[in-house]
Design a protein around this ligand. Structure first.
Ligand code: MRU
Length: 366
């Protein structure tokens, strides 16, 4: 996607192919700064500290991290150990394990001397595939938006109101985003759209990242407090919800950023369609019951007790919003049961959040 007219991706290789350059997403929207990751330690740190975040992006970045790790030692033992260590950087989004397992399977079939280069080439392929997957999610999602727009009488002066949570935009992927892909494609095609952007406490990915992305693309949007969505739905001001996902189970339960479940409940209560944009790399058929089986990342309580923002001085500062020493819990994801999901929008097509449909989807040749 473009930033001030220039095409930009949140992950790219250096010309010398010995490092990757990423956008430091902790600094947006106040500063567009880049970080070069030249070692596996730097990649691990960038994922853990959310310099890079979003399920597809951490998968692609980690694949490059494994390629870097194999340069000094590509023995079987090193391949396994480094992959497991990178997987532990963030536990919930399955794309991380998916990308690393894919690299491991690929290089294990090769002589040790060829493994680092082969891992790098595969990491690049994973990144490029992600772009195409997300473009196709947009292609499959756009007819759903058009259909609802037609039913709601969307036209000049009456846009289609979409609500989204967190950032499932191009910053969370290699390009296009997942939930935002139908939105960007609809906007480009002239569909009048307006996006309600959940702020997404505690880290505010909606306020800092989604609002920034949509602003750069010229998509009309309004930032709302996380608690406002239910009220807007009760008043008919939300036509549909689209969110991303970090792991979807065999029976269609959706794990995504904390707060997603509450939006799904409100959508269900108000008859608002609730769509989940899901690259098939986010489907984990080894897990059935999302509530019982998906590891939910617990992050630092400081993300809840403090806020970061731009001071009048122009500096990005952190301020406390709770009494010093207040204990805070910070589960980073929640699980929305399949029964609350209207449909999953994948690169292979739109499917119900049901076990049989998901198995059939994966049985198709991509
Ligand atoms: O903690 P984050 O910012 O990595 O969480 C991101 C989300 O929950 C996204 O909705 C999800 O990864 C899908 S990104 C296309």
């Amino acid at each position: 996607m473009k930033v001030q007219g220039q095409a930009l991706r949140p992950l790219r290789e250096t010309a010398s192919r010995d490092a990757v350059v990423v956008i430091d997403q902790r600094l947006l929207p106040h500063r567009l700064a880049f970080e070069t990751l030249a070692t596996p330690e730097a990649v691990h740190h960038a994922i853990r500290e959310m310099v890079v975040r979003g399920a597809p992006l951490i998968g692609a970045t980690a694949a490059y991290g494994l390629a870097l790790a194999l340069k000094p030692d590509a023995s079987d033992c090193a391949v396994e150990e480094q992959a497991e260590w990178l997987k532990a950087a963030r536990p919930t989004a399955v794309n991380l394990a998916w990308a690393l397992d894919r690299v491991v399977r690929h290089v294990r079939a090769l002589p040790a001397g060829e493994r680092a280069e082969a891992a790098w080439v595969l990491a690049a392929a994973i990144a490029e595939e992600d772009v195409e997957v997300n473009r196709r999610i947009g292609e499959h999602g756009l007819p759903l938006l058009r259909d609802i727009a037609a039913r709601k009488g969307v036209g000049p002066g009456r846009p289609l109101h979409v609500l989204t949570h967190c950032n499932a935009g191009w910053l969370a992927t290699v390009d296009w985003g997942t939930a935002t892909s139908p939105i960007y494609q609809g906007h480009e095609a002239g569909l009048p759209l307006h996006v309600w952007v959940d702020e997404t406490r505690p880290r505010n990915q909606g306020a800092s990242l989604t609002a920034w992305e949509l602003g750069q693309a010229g998509v009309p949007h309004t930032l709302i407090a996380d608690n406002a969505g239910g009220h807007l739905m009760q008043h008919g001001q939300v036509d549909l919800v689209i969110v991303g996902c970090d792991r979807v189970t065999a029976r269609g339960d959706v794990c995504n950023k904390i707060g997603t479940y509450l939006k799904a409940l409100a959508a269900h209560d108000n008859g608002v369609p609730f769509f989940v944009a899901m690259p098939t790399s986010t489907l984990d058929l080894s897990v059935a019951d999302g509530l019982a089986e998906i590891p939910i990342e617990e992050r630092r309580g400081r993300e809840v007790t403090h806020l970061a923002g731009l001071a009048a001085s122009g500096e990005v500062i952190e301020v406390a919003i709770a009494p010093a020493g207040t204990p805070a819990a910070n589960p980073a994801f929640d699980v929305t049961p399949a029964r609350l999901v209207t449909a999953l929008i994948t690169e292979r097509g739109v499917v119900p959040a049901e076990e049989r449909a998901l198995h059939a989807l994966m049985a198709q040749t991509p």
